[in-house]
Design a protein around this ligand. Structure first.
Ligand SMILES: NC(=O)c1ccc[n+]([C@@H]2O[C@H](COP(=O)([O-])OP(=O)(O)OC[C@H]3O[C@@H](n4cnc5c(N)ncnc54)[C@H](O)[C@@H]3O)[C@@H](O)[C@H]2O)c1
Length: 481
């Protein structure tokens, strides 16, 4: 991260001093800088002369004394509080009294770092995202001790460097990691408790949640050790058990399976074949009884391969013995499956976003395994990506996205960050196509309250109770913006 941040500053025309712990580490840093700017030259985004100018602006050293003239120092040593406090104490000795000292920590308390110095008013957090030269978001963290001019100066610099600053208070995980890692940990818990498979959860969040990658692919990319570290730091502050790292995550880290960087994490990256996708057969004959968003079919129920029952619809007479019966419902369907008199042939069906390809199949305790297989193949024949999970509130997509949206709403309600800052954190920092406040306004606070209430009633997890700001806006019938 240090090399990336040095590159951003030098690209902005500023002279930079890069400090490393040893000549070997300095060589590594120089290598990072040359490789990263070299890639930009190869892609035609930088001329070789401009690359040289950028590299010439960065003086590399192992002597902290060389920082004596700097206006701003950004620390990016490993994520350990004792180490950071030690480095800041040293910076405090060598830097000018008016210099601002910033930490790139992802999750440690900036305040705890600040109090290790004699200038706590001049300590800020400046959280770049990886890779720093590419990612546009920078979270600027202010503590109760920081003087406003120090924060404003850093935010102003971030803007001049062509990035978007989001200024927030000193809470573990800030905005982006706080929201992202709660969701990632919950996805891991879902896998661990057998609610759905790794592949189905990943597929659900891309094909139905509209995300560029699923949670397990993303965690493997971030590094499972980093995920564990962020969750531990966030949990230490929030004491919200949803942030307590899932035992499965800890087990993988202990085993040294850290994701892409070690060749194996949730997935293996050794080229071994992944499981084959469900076979898609010819388009099935579908009968829809009642209204079901996203699924159409006007076959005679007596001749249909798939009979879909909308809200309140009963099973018509004469349905073939080998037909699959799909009960479309927001919530669990076991009671309706029993009411059909042939629950072994019944799955639940949810299409969380009719204009996206995902269909979620909920498998009850009575669904026969062959029924679930056949249902997946029939939906694939309708051009849908079918995933399976247990018969629980929210299935996969809503059970994962609404708690995340609720956390964002709670942040907004607490005045921790405004709507633009929260949305910028998730779009620019995490690559989400849209921010959570925009998502809530699209899905509607009323729907959010309904889904969250169902999730809360099922789990009794206090953090899943709808945030007051959502309840208020649902009652008022208006969006959050
Ligand atoms: N990797 C990410 O995706 C990412 C993203 C945002 C923020 N961060 C944060 O940035 C910081 C650094 O993370 P990283 O992934 O670059 O770690 P890293 O381990 O890759 O790099 C840390 C560097 O600090 C050097 N170092 C160690 N002790 C030092 C000392 N006493 N003085 C000077 N240099 C020293 C090491 O030689 C190493 O090159 C952490 O606080 C991390 O949480 C990381």
């Amino acid at each position: 991260m240090g090399a990336g941040i040095a590159e951003v500053l030098a690209r902005g025309g500023l002279p930079v001093v890069g400090i490393e712990i040893s000549p070997e580490a300095l060589d590594r840093g120089r290598g990072h800088l040359e490789k990263s700017t070299g890639r930009a030259v190869k892609r035609g985004k930088l001329t070789p002369e401009a690359q040289r100018e950028i590299l010439d602006r960065i003086a590399l050293s192992t002597d902290f004394g060389d920082l004596g003239d700097c206006d701003l120092v950004i620390e990016a040593v490993p994520e350990r509080l004792d180490l950071k406090r030690q480095v800041f104490a040293r910076l405090d000795e060598v830097c000018r009294a008016d210099a601002v000292l910033a930490t790139n920590t992802s999750s440690l308390s900036v305040t705890e770092i600040a109090v290790a110095t004699n200038r706590p008013t001049k300590i800020v957090g400046v959280h770049f995202f990886n890779p720093a030269p590419v990612m546009r978001l920078v979270e600027v963290i202010t503590t109760v001790l920081t003087e406003p001019t120090a924060v404003a100066g850093v935010a102003d610099l971030v803007t001049k460097l062509g990035k978007t600053p989001v200024t927030v208070g000193d809470r573990a995980g800030f905005v982006a990691n706080r929201l992202l890692f709660g969701y990632l940990n919950q996805a891991t818990a879902m896998l661990e408790n057998g609610h759905a498979t790794r592949d189905d959860i990943d597929a659900a969040m891309t094909a139905g949640g509209g995300l560029p990658m699923g949670p397990f692919t993303l965690m493997d990319l971030i590094g499972l050790d980093t995920c564990l570290g962020v969750l531990e730091a966030v949990y230490a502050e929030s004491r919200d058990r949803r942030h307590a790292p899932s035992p499965l995550l800890r087990e993988l880290v202990t085993a040294g399976l850290l994701g892409r960087k070690t060749g194996r994490g949730f997935y293996a990256y050794d080229g071994s074949a992944d499981e084959a996708a469900a076979e898609s057969g010819p388009a099935p004959a579908v009968a829809v009884v009642g209204e079901v968003a996203g699924i159409t079919g006007d076959a005679d129920p007596a001749a249909a391969d798939l009979v879909v029952l909308g809200a309140g619809a009963e099973l018509p007479d004469g349905v073939k013995p080998d037909a699959v019966i799909a009960v479309a419902a927001e919530g669990p369907v076991t009671a309706r499956a029993v009411a059909t008199g042939r629950p072994g042939d019944v799955v639940g069906l949810r299409v969380p976003e009719p204009d996206r390809p995902l269909a979620e199949l909920t498998v009850t305790a009575l669904t026969l395994p062959a029924t679930a297989d056949r249902a997946a193949a029939l939906l694939a024949g309708l051009g849908r990506t079918a995933v399976r999970c247990r018969d629980r509130a929210g299935a996969i997509v809503d059970a994962l996205r609404f708690p995340y949206l609720n956390d964002a709403a709670a942040m907004l309600g607490a005045g921790y960050a405004d709507a633009d800052a929260i949305d910028a954190a998730m779009t620019l920092g995490c690559g989400y196509p849209t921010g959570p406040v925009a998502d809530l306004d699209r899905l509607g606070p009323r729907r959010a309250v309904e889904v969250l209430t169902a999730l809360y009633e099922e789990s009794r997890e206090p953090a899943l109770a709808p945030a007051p700001v959502l309840v208020e806006h649902a009652a008022a019938g208006r969006g959050l913006r």
